[in-house]
Ligand binder design. Sequence first.
Ligand code: HEC
Length: 396
Amino acid sequence: MTTRAKIRHYLIGAACAVGALVAPTAHAAGVLRICADPDNLPFSKAEGPERGLYVELANMVARRMGDTVQYVWWLTFNEKRALRNTLLQDKCDAYFALPADPDYKAPGVQRTHAFLDMSYAIVAPAGDKINSLADLRGKRVAVLSGSAPHILLASQKGYATSSFTLNEDAMNALAKGEVDAAILWGPSAGYENLTRFHSRWRVTPVSGEGMSGRMAVAVRQGNDALAADINQALVDLRPDIMALADKYGFPRGKPVQLASVSTGSRSLHGSGGANGSADMLVQSRVIRTGFIKTADTTQPADASGAATAATGGDAAAGREFFNNTCAHCHSTDGASPIRARDLRHLHSRYKDQWREVAATTIENGRPDAGMPTWKGILSQKDIDDILSFLATIQPK
Ligand code: HEC
């Protein structure tokens, strides 16, 4: 055991001796309790021959600290809930892993330095030279619905996307020749490429706003000694982390720079002028994915100047943006048959607060209910335009 580890265990031991009078805690010296997802390859898996990068890394970290590992498995598709039920209830000491980005709010949690960069990646036949976004022009590109690459491509003229909910389905469409390329979450795409497709595709990381993230280990707020120990282990294990990333097929190499999403969405608001062939591509996208029903920019009949003035946004631009980006979940013009997604009831639901509720919901999403987060993806102008459009569909 390292000196640092001994000190940490001493401190924890002392804390436990006091805490035990109030409530028994499970802090045993020499044991590092790790929370991770039982079924989330390539990151973690509770059993089987492949345990995932996080599990292998957590084992190495614990070994370096002279600890043995105990796992507490919890499904993490709802990450905030997983945190509340595990780390924050002292069911484990460290959670592998959370986005390091301070904008990713995790109350009660303290994070180590980032130990791994991840990004979306272009998946394409090895022979295709794709060095820029423009090289995807005219190709049919699979994307995950609502993802940053989806929004980027949907908001620029000349790109044809097919959207999928699952990485796996997008990779299958590529294998069947239904699309020419895909932009998917790099680690998952790389891992699938390795395990299911015998590295048939070239998987190239991309960079750009909203396209990448860094992962860190989370511990409870105030657990400074443990955070410092894990930090040091992560630094020492740097070469091993890279080797694990290779083992699981995570894409590496020089990223292809994609234009930032907000630049892309601004160009959507450019005053028309699209040429014929670009429009054809938009049309074919509409037909293939079936989720964008209108490609015209005419305003709804009841679009009132007053509504537009209220947020200073451009309702027509907002409508076009909405129908390109949000309509596959909310239906064209927000008229979803599913009540919770029908955006014509905002005013009747929230009265004078509706704009505020809508803006907050768009920014932060409702991850528990399936509404994605758009913060950092949409510009303030996009949001203002959308709010102006939403005003036009509230019954008078
Ligand atoms: C992946 C599907 C999906 C996408 C894409 C999506 N939403 Fe949503 N949205 C939902 C769901 C589901 C709800 C309902 C959440 C709930 O029941 O609390 C919702 C709720 C909302 C609400 C609050 C409705 C209310 O009555 O409380 C607003 C406003 C909204 N979405 C706007 C948007 C906008 C604008 C976009 C595009 C930028 C968008 N959504 C894209 C799934 C989506």
